[in-house]
Design a protein around this ligand. Structure first.
Ligand code: C5J
Length: 234
């Protein structure tokens, strides 16, 4: 049974046979980890005001609840490095002039290191059993991860993307996914940036030229389409 988001931009977004073995949709939640969303983490160390990122938490939670209720796959990512930093290229380690760098001790443990308190997903959106929680050393969720195999094994063709930050890890992931043949929709009110102008520009550039990278829609539109009567029959 197809689902259709009629008011997606730049034109309706259709997921054929959602929930079946031959097609399907997954929710991807990018990097909703304390490092970026809470004070004392990497985001703040880079000089950003982090509270604007917290405004999307209830919206993502509504999407998460919907996907969970329908038994649809959910993928959570964390930008994370191994404790010995062997997966962090020197270019990334040295970039910028922040007081705290990747691997340094911060108020929430070592910055951007897997297993540290700051590297955990915020409790409101914490993964549950059966959901994929991926660590990724890059901005994109496909780089040096098993995400592509995971999606292919489950016949997932369509991705609904959320998370932070819009123009960095979210956009990189959407572009990687697009190049791999996935049909991607970015949830307009389910993603946020430290820079409002960058969020706006990202939404515009991915949907320009007939959806050169993909679609956007509001969380309400996605939820309404997923919970329509057709979907309830699945
Ligand atoms: C950044 C991310 N902004 N998750 N990471 O460095 O977007």
């Amino acid at each position: 049974m197809a689902i259709r988001i009629n008011d997606a931009f730049p034109y309706p977004y259709v997921i054929p046979q959602a929930g079946s073995e031959t097609g399907g949709v997954a929710l991807v939640i990018i990097d909703m980890q304390k490092d970026f969303v809470e004070p004392g983490g990497f985001g703040e160390a880079l000089g950003n005001e982090v509270t604007p990122l917290q405004t999307i938490i209830p919206t993502i939670k509504r999407l998460l609840d919907t996907f969970r209720a329908l038994g649809l796959p959910v993928v959570h990512t964390r930008e994370a490095h191994q404790a010995d930093l062997s997966d962090c290229p020197p270019s990334k380690l040295k970039r910028g002039n922040a007081d705290l760098r990747i691997g340094d001790d911060g108020p929430m443990g070592r910055i951007l290191i897997d297993g540290e308190p700051g590297n955990t997903i915020i409790p409101e959106l914490a993964p549950i059993t059966g959901e994929l929680e991926l660590t990724k050393p890059g901005k994109g969720a496909f780089y040096q991860t098993r995400l592509h195999d995971y999606l292919e094994e489950r016949g997932i063709t369509h991705l609904v993307l959320t998370g932070v930050t819009t123009e960095v890890c979210v956009q990189t992931t959407m572009r990687e996914a697009n190049d791999r043949g996935f049909e991607c929709l970015l949830v307009e009110d389910g993603t946020e940036s430290y820079f409002p102008a960058f969020k706006k520009a990202t939404l515009e550039m991915i949907t320009a030229q007939g959806g050169i990278v993909g679609w956007t829609a509001s969380a309400a539109s996605v939820i309404a389409a997923l919970t329509s009567d057709e979907m309830k029959d699945l």
